[in-house]
Write a protein that binds this ligand. Sequence first.
Ligand SMILES: [Zn+2]
Length: 410
Amino acid sequence: MELRFLGGASEVGSLGLVVRDQGRTLLFDYGLTPSDPPTYPRPAPTDVDLAFLSHAHLDHSGMTPLLSRLPRARLVATPVTIAVADLLTKDALKVARMEGYLAPYTPSDIHSLHARFTSLERHATFRHRGVEVELTPAGHIPGASMMLYRGDKDLLFTGDLQTLPTHLVGGAEPVECDVLVMESTYSGREHPDRKETERRFRDKVAETIERGGKAIVPAFAVGRAQEVLMSLASSGFETYLDGMARKVNEIYEAAPEYLADPRKFRRAMEGVHLVEHPGDRKKALREGEVIVTTGGMLDGGPVLYYIGELYHDANSSILLTGFQVEGSNGRQLLDEGTLTIDDSTIRPTCEVMKFDFSAHAGHSDLVRVAKESRAERVILMHGDHREALRDAIAPFADVVLPENGKAFAI
Ligand SMILES: [Zn+2]
């Protein structure tokens, strides 16, 4: 069996893994890095037979429309992943147009990919011409799946994984395999206690409202916005939701079997006011107490409108809910206290805080997943600092830190 990463081996972004085994070529994930400008992985080989998509986030799915140009590649994923990836890749094209980048594919590539989809329910097994791949829920976001390929050896590709149950999805369970290809985003880092984080988050929102301000909560449209809204559900705050998360909610509502608690999800979303037209934004500012909106790293989206209106209000707050990547506006705000909007730099006087609502397993949980998988070899991918995880896993398994573009045999 030969493996080669097209990207995403030593960084969080642009993930793609080519597996060649028994005369077939398989591809696991094919994403881009949604930076400014975006960066892309190496091209997929033209002889891909089957591509498996772990989940819809762009760093895993963003290049999949290009598969429609290959002679025979099919794309296998859960129906939720397929629907959300379709939405996100269309949005990536829109962003490219607005920002003036050359997009790597066209709307017709996205459309042509529809004919290549094979949708597979979670826990189902895909069988086609001797290829067998089992799906297991990965936690992380609704529809996210780990893929167990039964070939020469049993290889598990985790995609992104979360072992702890969240409001939105249950946690992933370790899967026994020979070779474990595991994400390493939180190598060497642990998360603070989740319940405590949520309590502090709701307290900060309440404090903001009490002093006469509004809480702006930037959140990624897929997974994070819904998790934050569920965390706020019984608090009674006047909550508004703006951005693409609204469309994602519709997809999740139509697939209740992918949610930890569909009734709780529906109730939480029913209590939220939707910003459907740009004109509703003034109403959200006038009547809202909490505004949950994209983009999560403040690099675009309606969040910049709300920040533009409230950054000089010391009573208001910007409550970040996710990791802020190097070079993002959100990171600049945390590190330097400034934001760049339309080429001008502002220094918000409102309060700024960050809360850890991560959908990734922390270091100790990743070590446990590796141990309980009983894999003889663990291949660490999707991490900037994989060494801490390598050192923790090395006592009980062979650990490989692959490099992008370099083929290796297992
Ligand atoms: Zn993800």
